[in-house]
Write a protein that binds this ligand. Sequence first.
Ligand SMILES: *[C@@H]1O[C@H](CO)[C@@H](O)[C@H](O)[C@H]1NC(C)=O
Ligand SMILES: *[C@@H]1O[C@H](CO)[C@@H](O)[C@H](O)[C@H]1NC(C)=O
Ligand SMILES: *[C@@H]1O[C@H](CO)[C@@H](O)[C@H](O)[C@H]1NC(C)=O
Ligand SMILES: *[C@@H]1O[C@H](CO)[C@@H](O)[C@H](O)[C@H]1NC(C)=O
Ligand SMILES: *[C@@H]1O[C@H](CO)[C@@H](O)[C@H](O)[C@H]1NC(C)=O
Ligand SMILES: *[C@@H]1O[C@H](CO)[C@@H](O)[C@H](O)[C@H]1NC(C)=O
Ligand SMILES: *[C@@H]1O[C@H](CO)[C@@H](O)[C@H](O)[C@H]1NC(C)=O
Length: 387
Amino acid sequence: MYTAFSTVISLVYYCGVLTVVRAAPAVDPRVLALPSSLNPYPAQPRITFRPDGTFKLTVFSDLHYGENAWDVWGPQQDVNSSKLMKRVLADEKPDFVVLNGDLITGENTFKENSTVYIDEIVSNLNDAQIPFSSTYGNHDNNPNITHMAEFLREKLVSPHLSYTRILPSGGIYGPGNYWVPVYARASDFVPALILWAFDSRAGNTAGQNSTQVPDWVDDSVATWIENETKLMDSVWGPPGDQRAAVAFVHIPPFAIQQVWENLNNTLNPGLDADSLGQGSTQATTKSSSQGNDEPFWNSLNTNVKNLHAVISGHDHGMEWCAREPTKNVIFCFDKHSGYGGYSSPGWDHGVRNILFTSPDPRDGPLSWIRLENGTTRAHVQLDDQYQ
Ligand SMILES: *[C@@H]1O[C@H](CO)[C@@H](O)[C@H](O)[C@H]1NC(C)=O
Ligand SMILES: *[C@@H]1O[C@H](CO)[C@@H](O)[C@H](O)[C@H]1NC(C)=O
Ligand SMILES: *[C@@H]1O[C@H](CO)[C@@H](O)[C@H](O)[C@H]1NC(C)=O
Ligand SMILES: *[C@@H]1O[C@H](CO)[C@@H](O)[C@H](O)[C@H]1NC(C)=O
Ligand SMILES: *[C@@H]1O[C@H](CO)[C@@H](O)[C@H](O)[C@H]1NC(C)=O
Ligand SMILES: *[C@@H]1O[C@H](CO)[C@@H](O)[C@H](O)[C@H]1NC(C)=O
Ligand SMILES: *[C@@H]1O[C@H](CO)[C@@H](O)[C@H](O)[C@H]1NC(C)=O
């Protein structure tokens, strides 16, 4: 839910005299003393659970806007993708949306207007007034576009609803690392849920003589996760039974290849139509980079406690969730949302929904795939029992 957090000021008539009444401070006074990095959105409403204790998140992934502007079918795909977004947002009414990478097919865009496609995507969220944040993907880094350029455009066209932030480090071409706190009540001191977003970079450098960008979350992010979680624990107290997390990163960690090789389609329902190999998971585009996402993957799983799931897109033919046994963490694929990008007959388009049934971090959220037409499938509960 999206609620105003600043002190409520209301105008009341009292004995015929207009008086300004300041409501009792709704905010825990400790909030005002927080280090600014633990109060990252002072000018925006806090993201909160609903009064009934639930919180619904919808993930649009691999939207791939901007293909072949010079052909009829390119812009038509984007019309279709926006139609899908509008229908899903109207039906699902999520409390928060994540755009999980490959918003734009940068290979096809022009230097002079490559980020205007952000306007088209974000207008659907602006119209529905739903707060959101983005991770960026390999197709969002190309000679005519960068993650940073998309971020700046997103903040320009949706300064109030976008919760995306960037890290000064994150490696070149990989600034999209941040977290968004979600509170049980707007007045709380400690968030009940942290949405982490990581930048798996990849794609190509900007400008002439473009070269490949490393296809894994930069090592500096591993240290940053450690620093951030230490600060959170020291100020808010240990996560214990008060704080859970979900992580979003466009390209799946390398460890997911092994999970796929051992997948059981009964226990792990959902489309399983891609073959995971070179380029499908982090640090695999060049064989010499294998293992380079380990600092990130180790730090995430060591430092972020009560992590319900790690969620990626990138592989459009995948929809399943499964437990990664070495880190004992659940991984889920998104659902390919956009009409752009590779697809096959029968894959369809849709979203992954995640429904938190309470702010208690011990309650595993429900998650499922929703197709454009409203059909749902691959229902799972992301709890301790899930395999
Ligand atoms: C747009 O969607 C319609 C209806 O689903 C489909 O028939 C058509 O092929 C799509 N067009 C493109 C270019 O994706
Ligand atoms: C980048 O944009 C320029 C200017 O519009 C265009 O000429 C060029 O083909 C584009 N380059 C790529 C790699 O798409
Ligand atoms: C971007 O520029 C190209 C080339 O000038 C044009 O064909 C295309 O329609 C433009 N795209 C948008 C969304 O304005
Ligand atoms: C790209 O490479 C060409 C040929 O080596 C060189 O002349 C040009 O200066 C380079 N451009 C940039 C922006 O580095
Ligand atoms: C992490 O914290 C250490 C010690 O305060 C600091 O030197 C380092 O720059 C920080 N690194 C990142 C990536 O935040
Ligand atoms: C997959 O899981 C189902 C349900 O637990 C089980 O019956 C089946 O034997 C498993 N298949 C394999 C190949 O392990
Ligand atoms: C929605 O689409 C799916 C996949 O194409 C199909 O199986 C299902 O019957 C459709 N549902 C409705 C309500 O049209």
